[in-house]
Design a protein around this ligand. Structure first.
Ligand code: COA
Length: 456
């Protein structure tokens, strides 16, 4: 393909273009590791270079080799294990985000990026590089960068998409061929007996014929999918942000057909996948799946066009008013908002009588968690607390919460008064903590005596 040879560059050549104070972008999760290694060699030569990205599953060389973070500082939309460490070491920070809005932040809200380097597949015979299993908002980053660089990953799957799924060689300034690193794989999250109990409650809430599902991060949401398969569900459809191993299994078993979907029928609509080699092989050149950027998959109006849509996401903490925290533990950022709030809203959203109606009354958003966790000393603690712990971030405001599920049952919050919320939420807490929760609620005047005694 014309120009390809002229645009080939070593990672060192691109790294040499970086100057003090520049804004760089590494894209999402499968970050450009050849470029990162080359850039790390410039520690001490440049200062105050800011690198934005969304998560990374391997260490960042620019942080490992820059102990004082004088050359490189990172901002991460989604915080994973290594990012938590770098934030604790004061080398970077979290950038709060709604995943579906990220493309707009780049296109409208943020200053242009000086250099972006994002991973893609090798170029095809038509001159296109595909965004692989992490579409998200890649095209917006390329569109708003002064210098656009792709780093090709040889074994990255090619994913068919609706729009913004590829970039043409004519739009690119430099191509780095990474022949060293393979795409990062991770095992499917494990599920335990508590997950299975919670999944059982959720599976009972899902229509058996033709549901459309969104499932979020963690072992719990995937367990629901597997359980649904055993419960006789048919013609399951998928409209999601994340494609998971359970979806692959259900598709291979003929249970995910999408035939009853009201929006993009038969297509598994998705934005990213992080998983096993088997998962990547399944999404590779597979017309059963249609990949879109998150500004499409996570648009609450788009989500609402799916009949029988059930959104299932995990959370970390709940307070007695129904505020849900899913991304921080106290003052520490643990992950990110991701698409959680958008799916919670899209699953409840229904246009008003004055407009042509979309959004279906059967749709549901479910937020689920184990009722307890064990602290570092092994003590059992309630994840349901009177108020969220100091510093903990609200991911879903109380007014947006519909269904909450723990291993002790289901609470539905829409329309409930404060005392009714207190009672419904206490009811799904671990029994050992219920009295204390009710006492605290009374102290805060969220539950007066009559309510507590069931007189009202
Ligand atoms: N206080 C203190 N620690 C807590 C806690 C709480 N309230 N709740 C959980 N923890 C601890 C757990 O004990 C666990 O510790 P361990 O790793 O030492 O065992 C750790 O925090 C992780 O909890 P877990 O419930 O296992 O997390 P998960 O991997 O299932 O992920 C979320 C759950 C909520 C973090 C994840 O779903 C998320 O990031 N959600 C936000 C984004 C989102 O939902 N996107 C959806 C669209 S894709």
């Amino acid at each position: 393909m014309s120009n390809y040879g002229n645009k080939l560059a070593t990672p060192e050549k691109v790294a040499a273009m970086v100057k003090d104070g520049m804004w760089l972008d590494y894209g999402t999760v499968q970050i450009p590791r050849a470029f990162d290694r080359a850039l790390a060699e410039r520690v001490g030569q440049v200062k105050n270079v800011k690198v934005r990205m969304l998560g990374h599953l391997t260490p960042l060389e620019i942080q490992e080799k820059d102990p004082e973070a004088t050359s490189f500082w990172t901002g991460n939309f989604h915080v994973l294990g290594f990012t938590r460490k770098y934030i604790a070491e004061n080398k970077g920070t979290h950038v709060p985000y709604n995943f579906g809005e990220a493309a707009r932040y780049y296109r409208e809200d943020l200053p242009p990026i000086d250099i972006c380097v994002q991973t893609v597949t090798p170029m095809n015979k038509h001159g296109y590089f595909n965004f692989g299993p992490l579409n998200n908002y890649k095209k917006a980053v390329f569109d708003k960068s002064k210098i656009k660089v792709v780093e090709t990953v040889e074994d990255m799957p090619w994913c068919y998409g609706g729009y913004d799924d590829c970039i043409h060689i004519s739009e690119i300034d430099y191509v780095i061929e990474n022949k060293t690193d393979k795409i990062i794989t991770i095992p499917a999250p494990a599920a335990d007996e508590t997950d299975k109990k919670i999944a059982g409650y959720i599976a009972d809430m899902i229509p058996k014929e033709g549901p459309t599902l969104q499932v979020g991060i963690g072992g719990l949401p995937d367990t629901v999918l597997r359980l649904l398969a055993d419960s006789g569900a048919t013609d399951i459809g998928i409209h999601t942000e994340m494609v998971t191993e359970a979806m692959l299994e259900l598709h291979e078993a003929g249970l995910i057909t999408g035939k009853k979907k009201t929006f993009l029928p038969e297509k598994i609509v998705w934005a990213f996948a992080i998983g096993s080699r088997r998962l990547y092989d399944w999404i590779d050149h597979n017309p059963a799946l249609a990949m879109y950027p998150t500004d499409f998959t996570n648009d609450p109006n788009v989500i609402a066009m799916n009949k029988n849509l059930i959104s299932i996401n995990a959370c970390l903490g709940i307070d007695l008013q129904g505020q849900v925290s899913s991304e921080s533990i106290g003052f520490s950022q643990f992950s990110g908002t991701g698409g959680q709030l958008a799916f919670v809203r899209g699953a409840y959203y229904r246009s008003n009588k004055g407009m042509s109606l979309y959004g279906y009354p059967e749709n549901k958003s479910v937020l689920a968690t184990h009722a307890t966790y064990k602290d570092k000393q092994g003590n059992l603690k309630s994840k349901i607390t009177p108020t969220l712990p100091p510093g903990e971030i609200v991911t879903v405001p109380r007014v947006d919460v519909s269904y909450l599920v723990t291993e002790f049952g289901v609470a539905y919050l829409k329309g409930l008064s404060i005392p009714e919320r207190v009672l419904a939420i206490t009811n799904i807490a671990h029994p050992d903590f219920r009295d204390e929760l009710l006492e605290e609620a009374q102290k805060m005047h969220w539950l007066n005596k009559q309510w507590a005694l069931g007189a009202i």
